[in-house]
Design a protein around this ligand. Sequence first.
Ligand code: PLP
Ligand code: COI
Length: 361
Amino acid sequence: MSKLKFLRHPHPSPTPADKRAALLANPGFGRVFSDHMVTIRYSEGKGWHDARIEPRRPIEMDPASAVLHYAQEVFEGLKAYKTADGGATMFRPRENARRFQQSAERLAMPVLPEQDFLEAIDQLVGIDRDWIPDGDGSLYIRPFMFANEVFLGVKPSSEYLFIVIASSVGSYFKSGADAVSVWVSQEYTRAAPGGTGAAKCGGNYAASLFAQAEATRHGCDQVVFLDAAERKWVEELGGMNVFFVFNDGSMSTPPLGGTILPGITRSSLLTLAKDKGIAVREERYSYDQWKTDAHSGKLREAFACGTAAVVTPIGTVRAPEGEFKIGNGGSGARTEELKTALVDIQRSRAADPHKWVHKVF
Ligand code: PLP
Ligand code: COI
């Protein structure tokens, strides 16, 4: 139970049902927002206080707010799903609460207690339940926190604002193809040893955008980053982790080591693969080997995974020296099998042996 008292100020004129239905018909990703937000303030001496559920609205900030200058910001991403009985669930939200704490620590920010994080997201899903789309859609929950002390000195801020907003979403990739293409960034890296790669902080994404734009220019959906030390080992995509499937039935994914985001989807798929008796390794895999194995047929499938991407097959890998296809360039049987296993648990269509599903109401 959260020790904070959440003051409720429901929207005086929420979006009418017909307008909401039109928005939910084809929401895309990250453009349609629900009516409310949750806010909690932090200040040195007072700690976490002033928790509110209120109408979603622009926030006023002083131009000297620390985050606008030194990027002291962390965030999370998770989804709420509608269940057949009219209820709502979330997938492993405690893991997001914990990762949020770890990200905050790395950015020298105060740690929000797990129960406050969980209460905030439950409250938002509860009040904005009508914004959870039917079918394959979901309500993407975006908790985030930033430094808002008005001060230009470089030091950890003494004040923070935690906010949760929600966005009705469909699929992350709009191409509609059954597999995505990726661009291997050879010049730009995402995270160096000792850096913030394992934290979900906005700065990591700012640093990835130039390489992502390069990927887009080369006709690719996502960028793949190699390690910063040797520019050799595959790490992850701009916004998702990566898995490889081999012709002996085994699988691998790059090991966590401080430069990769510890994805909750990644961790869940590792568990599901082990449940199915699949040999799965957390092991370094070089870009050169990736190319060689794709050509020889040793590599059968590759896929990206994350909250936004769910499980998305990778069909084409492109780099300055040329491109190669994986398998037939589309999805593969193992990718589909694991995707179904994961999504069926997330959407309460299958048993939940690991107790991953959190019922909101
Ligand atoms: N890697 C990056 C850089 C991400 O932004 C994400 C998305 O959150 C992931 C991996 C996947 O993490 P998760 O499965 O927890 O969503
Ligand atoms: C997520 O999957 O939640 C992310 O934060 C990744 C981003 C590409 C939307």
